[in-house]
Design a protein around this ligand. Structure first.
Ligand SMILES: [Zn+2]
Ligand SMILES: [Zn+2]
Length: 338
């Protein structure tokens, strides 16, 4: 099969590789599309999972069932599916609580092992989730990133009527904005350095889009001077996390979401955190019910995929796709088409 192997940071090689064999309990997916995620960009730049190279990245996968291994039931050939890339042992303390990232045997398709920038990928059947045929593949690619956002919203106990500040209007920040809009959060204030991204944020349901410099004033003005109930850092920069802490209302919640580099830290005022009853919650991957709920939101149009489509590259141009990120003005989410 054709596969894009990241041989070293910054360099893909298109290779003819052996098709994976679906082992017992595994389903083979013939990949239609795979999205490029912030995590993939970190891997490409050598800032994350570098010890796993050479490797085929790609964990935002949709495709069709193309066979399965021993013991798999309930699948049909050609069925459209999406992939939950987080593989836990299924038996440990953490797996039983759906905290799969904490499983000592955790593996992630496309991050710690070969993934979906290839014609085929095999995965445990329980992580291969059937999707309706009527929903376009370019929409289904968003199931995995949306699942991450769904989980963060759950962890933040987001509900209607809450004010939300979102730092970063990239694909993930704008999915956060859409989900918050769907939940009924208000007002939603989004910041980004790019004017085109701020326009995307408004199209994705933000009430206010601001530059990073304008953000504090915008948040306090929109919340009667209190600060936001929920602040979501969706970029991964220490200085933006520091800004995020200052945007929370007393008793507010910071969703620690944007991937920082390993070892980077944040100064937290202990006494203030105690007295104000502030909370911080780390979360970055959707798993278990998060994936299924994300799929439901996409299938029923509660999250609109159209702002995230249109930036397609064929697998053969994957090097170009990564080299030209973040893409043309107006592009939000690059998708690789097999
Ligand atoms: Zn992702
Ligand atoms: Zn486990």
């Amino acid at each position: 099969m054709k596969a894009a192997v990241l041989v070293e940071p910054g360099r893909f090689e298109l290779r003819e590789t052996a098709r994976p064999d679906p082992g017992p309990g595994e389903v083979m997916i013939k990949v239609d599309r795979a999205g490029i995620c912030g995590t993939d960009i970190h891997i490409f730049n050598g800032r994350y999972a570098a010890e796993n190279l050479p490797m085929i990245p790609g964990h935002e996968v949709t495709g069709r069932v193309d066979g399965w291994g021993a013991g798999v039931t309930g699948f049909s050939e050609g069925r459209r599916v999406v992939l939950d890339p987080n593989i836990g042992c299924g038996l440990c303390y953490w797996c039983l609580r759906n905290e799969i990232l904490n499983c000592p045997d955790m593996r992630q398709i496309g991050i710690t092992m070969d993934g979906g920038f290839a014609e085929y990928v095999a995965a445990p059947a329980r992580l291969v989730i059937p999707a309706p045929d009527e929903t376009p593949a370019e929409t289904l690619v968003l199931a995995e990133p949306l699942a991450c956002v769904v989980r963060a919203a759950r962890k933040a106990r987001a509900t209607f009527g809450q004010s939300v500040a979102i730092i970063g209007a990239g694909p993930i920040g704008n999915l956060h904005a859409q989900l918050m809009r769907t939940i009924g959060a208000a007002p939603i204030i989004v910041s980004d350095i790019g004017a085109d991204r701020r326009d995307k944020a408004l199209a994705c349901g933000a009430d206010i889009a601001a530059s990073p410099e304008e953000l504090p004033e915008a948040v306090f003005r929109a919340t009667d001077g209190r600060g936001a109930d929920i602040v979501i850092e969706s970029v991964g920069r220490p200085e933006l996390y520091a800004q995020a802490l200052g945007l929370m209302r007393k008793g507010g919640h910071l969703a620690v979401f944007g991937l920082a580099d390993a070892g980077e830290s944040l100064n937290i005022d202990i006494l203030r955190t105690i007295l104000e009853e502030n909370s911080l919650k780390g979360s970055v991957a959707g798993m278990g019910p998060d994936m299924r709920d994300a799929l439901t939101l996409l299938v029923h149009g509660r999250v609109d995929a159209s702002p995230f489509t249109g930036a397609d590259y064929p697998l053969s141009d994957i090097q170009d796709a990564f080299d030209s990120l973040p893409g043309r003005p107006g592009d939000l989410k690059t998708q690789i088409v097999m």
